[in-house]
Design a protein around this ligand. Structure first.
Ligand SMILES: *[C@@H]1O[C@H](CO)[C@@H](O)[C@H](O)[C@H]1NC(C)=O
Ligand SMILES: *[C@@H]1O[C@H](CO)[C@@H](O)[C@H](O)[C@H]1NC(C)=O
Ligand SMILES: *[C@@H]1O[C@H](CO)[C@@H](O)[C@H](O)[C@H]1NC(C)=O
Ligand SMILES: *[C@@H]1O[C@H](CO)[C@@H](O)[C@H](O)[C@H]1NC(C)=O
Ligand SMILES: *[C@@H]1O[C@H](CO)[C@@H](O)[C@H](O)[C@H]1NC(C)=O
Ligand SMILES: *[C@@H]1O[C@H](CO)[C@@H](O)[C@H](O)[C@H]1NC(C)=O
Length: 491
């Protein structure tokens, strides 16, 4: 019985093809292969009814039945992994209707026959594709992105008709993998490569960003080089440390992932003052600060010789990345060069501080013709020598002795001195100072430049003042003073 049914089906199918496939091909060409001609479907309605009547009146062998497709063409958005049923409802749903499903113009699915008398005649094509029971609908289980495309349901008959469904298999982006070079543990100067593998349908686009404080900043064109799903930053610096994000989006959804990157480099040693004055028996504190993400090892040297922590001549106090070396010199040769060195796995760095008995000068401050200077000297200051030279031409250095002020405390002198009397012409002058205490001379300060304009004489102000009636009482004394000066100068 089963065999018989199958052979009848096959026979019908072949018959249908022989008698109508060539017809169908002709009409398809005539119509333009992929278009559904709904007008024609409408016009065919009357004919369909007749055909239906015919079909009802005749037996299965009658291939003249005219059927139409009731279902409209549609867009199916389906999430990956789901089952989709592409509808193709045929009317009249009667015997001998041969329906053929194709994908992307390729005859991929074998047709099906509807035959109510003979129960169902559906069978599967491949393991995920099948014709739904008792229907002409196409079932696709566990859809994949590659299933996306155009599916055509057509009736093979004298006047072939077909509809087209668009199947779009969508999937929210998934981040399969997001990695950084060496798990994000980098050494300064090396290259950072971030790889972000994503899946999704449509294929997601990627945006890269870096967390800076509380903000997430999108990485720009010149921050890195981008190639496919990788980002490369060459020659990383410590400032490249932080959280990096891979953000994937495709219109269906978004997803993001984070990796943490730490760039380690050599420590950086910083000293507040590079020369420190002290005297025999006076404690000097040499301060050193280390910049590093992790703790580095800090050591001190005196004239290149390592100072052991156990040394009784010095005391070292450390607080995290800071270290103070306290020195109380007992002899002249306890002065010298002290070096603070920090070391981590990436290397070491050092800075030196000279401990001296000579005066230590801060930078010269200039304000118009006035200079000011702070001198550090635990020993009494004896001479403050200032040198002055016009900047233009080949002027000679002029040496002046500045009076030594009272020391503010035991070791600091504040010098404020006006050079007005020495700047005979206006213009630019270069000035430098050195100081001697009872031990030795300091170095020269860095030269400072004085720009001095001869002050406009008050007399000119006075001469342009108007008659006085417009002036308030408060301005009268000033007016009187200027008028007096005017008279004095004129006399
Ligand atoms: C189907 O998905 C696309 C994006 O892939 C979207 O643009 C469109 O609006 C969706 N259509 C429907 C009917 O959901
Ligand atoms: C198909 O139709 C037959 C009778 O016409 C019915 O017995 C059967 O349950 C139907 N199958 C499904 C899956 O609807
Ligand atoms: C069908 O065509 C669409 C474009 O129209 C394409 O994206 C898809 O990959 C094709 N599918 C197959 C199975 O060839
Ligand atoms: C993001 O991706 C992960 C896998 O990488 C997935 O488990 C998760 O569901 C995705 N989130 C969203 C909102 O799609
Ligand atoms: C300080 O660093 C320099 C190189 O930068 C090195 O030559 C010198 O030996 C170091 N000094 C000490 C005391 O470590
Ligand atoms: C170093 O000395 C300075 C000034 O005396 C002080 O403020 C600082 O706390 C000291 N630091 C350490 C680590 O002892």
């Amino acid at each position: 019985m089963e065999l018989k049914r199958m052979s009848i089906c096959l026979a019908l199918f072949v018959l249908a093809c022989i008698s109508h496939c060539s017809e169908a091909r002709h009409s398809l060409v005539r119509r333009g292969a992929d278009e559904v001609n709904y007008d024609e479907l409408q016009n065919d309605e009357g004919a369909d009814d007749e055909a239906q009547n015919d079909a009802e009146g005749n037996d299965e062998e009658d291939t003249a039945v005219v059927a139409k497709i009731v279902t409209q063409s549609a867009l199916y958005n389906v999430t990956i992994g789901r089952t989709v049923r592409l509808e193709c409802l045929v009317s009249p749903a009667t015997a001998s209707v041969v329906v053929q499903w194709t994908r992307n113009n390729t005859k991929y699915f074998i047709g099906t026959q509807k035959d109510y008398e003979q129960d169902l005649a559906s069978y599967s094509v491949g393991d995920r594709f099948s014709i739904a029971a008792n229907s002409t609908d196409l079932l696709i289980r566990e859809v994949r992105p590659s299933d996306s495309g155009i599916y055509t349901c057509g009736i093979l008959q004298f006047k072939p008709v077909h509809i087209q469904h668009h199947l779009v298999v969508v999937e929210s982006p998934r981040i399969l993998m997001f990695t950084a070079t060496n798990n994000g543990q980098l050494v300064e100067g090396s290259d950072l490569v971030l790889t972000c593998k994503v899946s999704g349908s449509p294929p997601p686009k990627i945006v890269w960003s870096r967390g800076e404080g509380n903000v997430n900043k999108r990485l720009q064109e010149n921050d890195a080089t981008y190639l496919g799903n990788t980002l490369t930053i060459k020659n990383v610096r410590r400032s490249h440390s932080g959280s990096y994000y891979c953000y994937a989006f495709n219109g269906v959804g978004t997803n993001q992932s984070e990796v943490h990157v730490v760039v380690r480099g050599k420590p950086r040693v910083h000293v507040e003052r590079t020369v420190v004055n002290s005297a025999i028996g006076v404690e000097a504190i040499l301060e050193c600060a280390v910049h590093d993400d992790a703790a580095s090892y800090i050591r001190w040297y005196k004239d290149g010789q390592r100072i052991e922590d156990s040394s009784r001549a010095y005391s070292i106090s450390s607080d995290g990345q800071r270290s103070n070396l306290s020195v109380i010199p007992r002899h002249d040769d306890d002065f010298g060069t002290f070096t603070c060195e920090a070391e981590n796995e990436q290397g070491s760095h050092n800075r030196s501080i000279d401990l001296v008995q000579s005066p230590v000068l801060e930078d010269l401050q200039v304000d118009g013709p006035k200079i000011s200077l702070t001198i550090h000297s635990h020993q009494p200051v004896e001479v403050i020598e200032l040198q002055l030279k016009e900047l233009d031409g080949d002027a000679e250095w002029k040496t002046l002795n500045v009076p030594v002020p009272q020391s503010r405390n035991t070791h600091e002198y504040q010098v404020d001195y006006s050079l007005e009397d020495h700047l005979s012409n206006g213009g630019k002058y270069e000035v430098t100072v050195k100081v001697k205490n009872d031990k030795s001379w300091s170095a020269h300060t860095n030269p400072a430049v004085i720009e001095y304009e001869l002050r406009p004489q008050p007399i000119q102000h006075a001469s342009v003042l108007p008659g006085g009636s417009a002036h308030s009482l408060e301005s009268t004394p000033i007016f009187l003073a200027t008028a007096l000066m005017y008279l004095l100068v004129r006399m």
